[in-house]
Write a protein that binds this ligand. Structure first.
Ligand code: ZN
Length: 290
């Protein structure tokens, strides 16, 4: 799924286009409606589709913010403030167009699930091929408690200490280091791609038990994760699978990855191996990573 740098790229691209604009109306797809009737709640969470369409109407998009892998649309109506929380899931993508025919990639055009008509006349379109993404209208973070459990932003001053403290808790200390650094309650926004890269760069086997790493090594790993995330933000994120920036835009970090998706180690040329950790495939070099 898109990780912190990819979501940051979407927010940076979307911000100048939609901030300050008013949502005149919103229309959700038939798929969203029928899934709710079947009790499955595709895309739109915590509200019925018809309610959601009414709630968001006439809201001004005051500010866009990224928190971990979420996009927060801070909305305002008169003096009341709300947040439309979006998670891109596996393949969520945003477009700003005058007409949906401008969305050139058919796989996205065929899977449009929300069209926000802005007062400017533009359409803010959310497409999601696999429908694991979310749109959630809330008044405050406490309305969706998992949001309160998010680790601080990795670039915040407190984030490294938070990581060290969390990683020492019994619940995490006995787990594989890769599973721990990918947990949003330990570090915000680091998923499979950047966890794989950071561990490889420090020659740490992804299956190493967390308590096995001393404090210095953990601090070094935390810094490496920040470096890899920053490098990716600067490259516009990794455009792999169905990740896109807005309007189908692409980043270049996928060309800079050293281990994720590789068959051979770039250092020793050994064949890479894969193991499943915390339900995710983890690629590593059996020679370099111990
Ligand atoms: Zn190697």
């Amino acid at each position: 799924m898109p990780e912190l740098p990819e979501v940051e790229g979407v927010v940076r691209d979307l911000r100048p286009i939609v901030e300050g604009k008013t949502i005149e109306s919103v229309s959700l797809s038939d798929v969203v409606y029928t899934s709710h009737e079947a009790g499955k709640q595709a895309i739109v969470k915590n509200a019925k589709p018809s309610q959601f369409e009414l709630l968001v109407r006439d809201m001004k998009i005051d500010k866009l913010e990224r928190r971990s892998k979420y996009i927060f649309f801070h909305l305002k109506k008169n003096d009341e403030r709300f947040i439309l929380v979006n998670h891109l899931g596996m393949s969520g993508a945003w477009f700003v167009v005058n007409d949906v025919v401008e969305i050139t990639e058919e796989k996205f055009r065929k899977h449009i699930h929300a069209i926000f008509t802005l007062a400017s006349g533009e359409l803010l379109v959310y497409a999601d091929i696999r429908r694991f993404g979310e749109l959630r209208f809330i008044k405050e973070l406490a309305d969706h408690p998992p949001l309160l459990k998010m680790a601080p932003e990795p670039f915040d001053e407190s984030a490294c200490d938070f990581f060290l403290t969390q990683s020492e808790k019994p619940k995490f200390a006995k787990k594989a280091i890769k599973e721990v650094i990918m947990d949003g309650q330990v570090i915000s926004g680091c998923g499979n791609i950047y966890a794989t890269e950071a561990l490889f760069k420090l020659f740490i086997h992804p299956g190493r038990v967390t308590s096995d790493l001393n404090r210095e090594k953990k601090m070094e790993l935390f810094q490496m994760i920040c470096d890899v995330l920053q490098e990716s933000i600067d490259s516009g994120g990794s455009t792999i699978s169905d990740y896109r920036s807005i309007n189908g835009g692409a980043g270049t970090m996928q060309h800079r990855l050293k281990m994720y998706g590789k068959k051979q180690c770039v250092i020793c040329e050994a064949n890479t191996e894969s193991i499943v950790i915390g339900g995710r495939t983890s690629t590593y070099c059996p020679q370099c990573q111990k």
